[in-house]
Design a protein around this ligand. Sequence first.
Ligand code: PLP
Length: 419
Amino acid sequence: MSTTADTVEKKGYDVEEIRAQFPILKERVHGKPLVYFDNAATSQKPRRVIKAESTYYATINANVHRGVHTLSTKATEAQEAARETIRTHINAKHAHEVIFTSGTTASLNLAAFSLGQLLLKKGDEVLISGMEHHSNIVPWQLACERHGAVLKVIPVTDEGELEPRRRDDATEYFTERTKVLALTHVSNTLGTINPVKELIAEAKKRGGVTVVDGAQAIAHLDIDVQDLGCDLYAFSGHKAYGPTGTGVLYGREELLNEMPPWQGGGEMIDTVTFEKTTYAKLPFKFEAGTPHIAGIIGLGEAIRWMEDYDKQAMAAHEHLLLEHATKELLTIDGMRIIGTAKEKVGVISFVIEGVHHYDLGTLLDQQGIAVRTGHHCTQPLMERFGVSGTTRTSFACFNTVEEVNSMVAATRKAVKMLR
Ligand SMILES: Cc1ncc(COP(=O)(O)O)c(C=O)c1O
């Protein structure tokens, strides 16, 4: 991911051309041009995605995999085309390894519930990290409570990286009781890109099942699930320029076939009697009920839209914003950046001496600048760094250096007012 201004120029990254595709960027907030730096919470949507959703409703709205009529067939084809787009994008072997959910949270709950049923016995261990989002903590806590298993946590260093080992023993986190490793690919609070491939290899050597929370990775990194070697990979559509209410759980076919269903209902069954139900084949075994068809079609379009651009050039642009913003923010008196890992995406969390993050967020909003404040659904991580919350700016492909400069200037001004 480390790139220079030259690389961006060579690839001809045209941020204005990209910005023109996002209608919301023309909005004004409190009379000021919108500067949207809350992309880690949800990214904005290009016109193509908005159009794909509305075209579905306007022209082919029908339920999928149910009717013989033309609209249902067309809706089914459009949904399954999105599944194939996602399959190729993450390099899954089969389209039926791509399960549609309502988001990363649903994907991880599915994983934790089903793997819990399949694998966890009293005294077994589930290994997560100290920088997980609550979505990759609580479902595992619930599974551990149900099955008498133990949740173990890889600590986080002062820089915001995973502590590679305890003392000189790299294997200590993994014991013969480790049944699941569930790890975030990229931290939503720190921006850290974790070495998930190495940890997956380590867990697999010991026979553990591996789950990756890719919520913050999907819009910024090239994801190749076969190269990563993970068993399950979860992400949300809305953080990758797609609609809210959409998500994916990728799963390796053999494992998905062994895993019991999470939710029961229509479409996930083969036969039902009052005595016994048998389940549908993949992916439908895990897709009970009517899915968010319009959203899935929009998600497929969002992935195609991203694929029209050079991902390396996008990443390089975001990296420039990260470096520039980091350098400029550090000129503000009392500034502390939480999360200084070597490998980062464009996320900066910070606290400023004598300034409450909520007050800063409110003053920035008055200047039209949207940032996130609070604990970012990572309370244990806040405790690790001894803070109650941070201000977080998170960049997307459509942000500019000028916007970073406005944010830094507005922050400087706010600090003067608040001290
Ligand atoms: C790392 C991470 N995991 C999980 C989630 C949950 O995603 P969603 O709310 O889309 O289900 C988020 C959302 O912020 C996240 O950043």
